[in-house]
Design a protein. Sequence first.
Length: 242
Amino acid sequence: MESIELINELLESGVHYGHQTKRWNPKMREYILEEKNDIYIIDISRTVEQLERASQFLSETVAAKGRVLFVGCKKQAQEAVKEAAESCRQFYVHNRWLGGTLTNLTTIRKSVARLHEIEKKLKSPGVVKIGKKEQASLRREQSRLAKNLDGLREMDKLPAAVVIIDTTREDIAVREANRLGIPVVAIVDTNSDPELIDYPIAGNDDAIRSIRVVLQKLVDAINGTSSISQKAMEAELSAVAE
């Protein structure tokens, strides 16, 4: 997509609308174009540059067999994050960030194992021998675990990158990734600190349309890499066969 087309798409989605001027982080100054009706307007040309850089990074990361973790637990981001991650077969957290998801992955894996254990027990023929009260307790535990861990079931090692929606809200996730040296790609609104992010994308992190359009560009980059990698592999196998 040409830059002018991308700019128009971002503008139509309201990516350039920041927070009210009374709610801002001075570190975002260089990404702000102007102030209009007490709202900061983000310089969309900078957003395009950052989005292309982040897309390239994720493309190269997945091409190198790295996995990506998408994070966004605010109401406006939940479904978009889940759909984005599932569409490119990556991990996600869209309900609640459990402290230690990255820095204490062993505990998270134990919780996932417990979830699998409960699901297996509830599906087994022997479930009829379990009292109704215990079954109800198991189903409540299953529901609670699944709500928080569904997107992490297959994450048996740390991701190669994390994509975050609303770094202010998900500050624990940002800190955990920073501590472990895991690169972070994130939409940074005018109230965010871009210095904590490796690949900041200046933009509106509150509007559903804005979140979706940015995520879609990142997903396209990831899926594009997967497609290219698959074609390269097929070409290589074909050459060997010949």
